[in-house]
Design a protein around this ligand. Structure first.
Ligand code: KG4
Ligand code: ZN
Length: 337
């Protein structure tokens, strides 16, 4: 079954064709970096307009790179939530129109679940496992018991992990998009130049939650307080020390969840899963079996939408033509052990 997946939830206009949820036949991603760079952040209205201009071309390229025509496609999937509403509507409407005119089954896909599902494209992964989703909008530590069993163990109580990277990068002018810029800059920095604070959340019901607002304030407003004697206040040192703390906060909670649940398999997804420090911290652990997608499947892409769409459509779970876009995450059970 060849599924065409459309992703326009934020600033990547992406269309992919994936066969049977595993074989990526094409994965075209056009980033709007140049559109949003002058503002150091994504401007929702500009993102919607850019998607309108890009989508047809991205779709045609995806078919061409797959060596297919529309007649070869068996189903269509599009991100329908969560994300920027105007941006989502472009891809969703495009995909629905395509499916409707061709009489193809259509599935609206939850973007967050698609990030969590992306590692399944390249790997045979058995359940259960700890799912780590770290993106610009979400930070979730989950227990994934099966295809439909995603239980949220912990989340952020303020900023998302990627958002913290973006805000720090924006403040110091490290570059846009922020996460990748911090990652790059940190390579030449000393990560022990600053000792930034780690949040101490209450145990019990917030056991696996993370917080980034304290770290962000420390890096942006209280920098000098955390500079270690004899160390230099350079951009590279700020980036490296911040990155170490941001990833450390996450890894600590994840290890706690692994210990408590007894789950040794960790499956990561989302833009921050492309971070070299996170990959190093987790892949180096002998006590865990860690699975990361390739970097191109970490950040927003159509392949993850097509892969999850395939799983829904082969179960007969089509969406109605009235399927709307939503800013909210759906279908995740929130709970604490
Ligand atoms: O998954 P994604 O492409 O979009 C959302 O669903 O949010 O994630 C984007 C986020 C941004 O915050 C970006 O700064 C971050 O992922 N990111 C990174 C890296 N690459 C992207 N953060 C840290 N290190 C990276 N290498
Ligand atoms: Zn995303």
């Amino acid at each position: 079954m060849k599924i065409l997946g459309v992703e326009t939830s934020c600033d990547e206009c992406a269309v992919a064709v994936v066969e049977d949820g595993r074989r990526v036949l094409s994965n075209v991603i056009v980033s709007q970096i140049e559109v949003h760079k002058p503002f150091n952040g994504v401007v929702p209205e500009l993102a919607s307009r850019a998607h309108i201009e890009l989508i047809q071309d991205v779709y045609e390229r995806a078919l061409k790179e797959a060596g297919l025509g529309l007649d070869d496609i068996d189903g269509v999937a599009a991100a329908s939530r969560p994300g920027l509403l105007g941006a989502l509507l472009v891809g969703l409407s495009f995909a629905k129109a395509l499916a409707w005119t061709r009489g193809l089954p259509f599935a609206g896909v939850d973007h967050v679940r698609a990030h969590l599902y992306a590692p399944h494209i390249e790997n045979d992964i058995s359940y259960p496992y700890l799912g780590l989703l770290v993106s610009g909008g979400h930070t979730l530590i989950t227990r994934v018991g099966g295809f439909d069993e995603v239980e949220v163990l912990g989340t952020t109580i303020d900023d998302a992990c990627g958002e913290a990277f973006d805000k720090v990068a924006k403040f110091y002018g490290f570059g846009f998009p922020g996460g990748a810029a911090v990652d790059r800059l940190a390579q030449s920095g000393d990560d022990s130049a600053f000792s930034f604070p780690y949040p101490s959340l209450h145990k019990g019901e917030r056991r696996y939650d993370v917080s980034y607002s304290g770290l962000k304030t420390a890096v942006v407003n209280q920098l000098d307080m955390f500079l270690n004697p004899g160390c230099e206040k350079t951009h590279a040192n700020i980036a490296a020390s911040f990155q170490k703390a941001a990833i450390g906060i996450l890894v600590r909670r994840l290890l706690l969840a692994a210990e408590d649940t007894g789950l040794r398999r960790v499956v990561a997804g989302g833009g921050v899963a492309a971070n070299s420090c996170l990959r190093l911290a987790l892949c180096g652990r002998k006590d865990l079996d860690v699975i990361f997608p390739s970097p191109v499947l970490c950040t927003d892409n159509g392949a993850m939408i097509a892969a999850l769409g395939y799983e829904l459509l082969r179960r007969g779970r089509t969406s109605p033509w009235t399927e709307g876009a939503s800013a909210r995450v759906a279908g995740l059970r929130h709970g604490y052990p």
